[in-house]
Design a binder for this molecule. Sequence first.
Ligand code: SF4
Ligand code: SF4
Ligand code: SF4
Length: 275
Amino acid sequence: METGKQHAILFDLTRCSGCGECVAACMKKQGFEGDYEQVTDMSATSYTYVREVLAPDDEEFYCRNLCRHCVDPTCASVCPVTAIVKTAEGPVVYDADKCMGCRYCMTACPFNVPRYEWDSANPQVRKCDMCHDLLAKGEATACSEECPNEATVCGPRDELIADARQRFEEEPESYHPHIYGEHEIGGTNVMFISPFPAEQLLGFVDKLGNEPLPQNTWRVLSKIPTIAVFAGATMGALWWLTGRRDEVRAHEAARKARRKNGKPQHNGQSQSEEV
Ligand code: SF4
Ligand code: SF4
Ligand code: SF4
């Protein structure tokens, strides 16, 4: 699927009232408990937040922050086991079964998005998945569905860009005519428009340029091939060992449970035959 037809989200600062319905809808969709009104940052149990921002003339606005679903995501490019991938449809998604917990993605993200379940015995990386299951059914993301002001909308990326340009034309006094995310770091699938330059918004970085960051990553790595190969091999080995360790633990637990219950082994072996 070409980039223009990919699913995307457009957030319009001029329309946002700061009601937080998008945050509440996201938490409900993801099964997270808690008070959405207390959410002030992204976390393992809240993938988006809304915060007040001040225009240069001190006028108050509200801005959302969430994963940008980069067209060429750095988080995916540094993941040694493809636990994070960019889908052809647009969302950047995470597979906990593949993740080995190295947290390279957290370090690599230029927008400081991925979070980690530090308190969990089986921690996962957490971030917005763009409600890819809803999009696959032809439905809107939970946040855009619940936004009462159409400040958050979703649709094909090229249509949202055209829509943003039309708003610039129709209300030039309301907008700084720049779509943040159309080109930055090679483009993102979550884009923002606002009355003033986007570098003054939440979690926005001004000097990222328009080149996809993974190209920079690999340019650096290509200069140190030995380290890259060694790091990749080491992390791969750790991943295998960790996975193997978990398998052995599960097997041991199942064996103990069967012994306790006096049940025969599922492979037909007697208990004394088992290694
Ligand atoms: S914003 Fe960060 S976590 Fe989201 S896709 Fe881009 S690099 Fe990955
Ligand atoms: S797209 Fe889905 S997961 Fe992402 S912020 Fe919106 S509701 Fe949450
Ligand atoms: S639901 Fe819409 S208007 Fe309310 S805070 Fe979210 S983006 Fe803004």
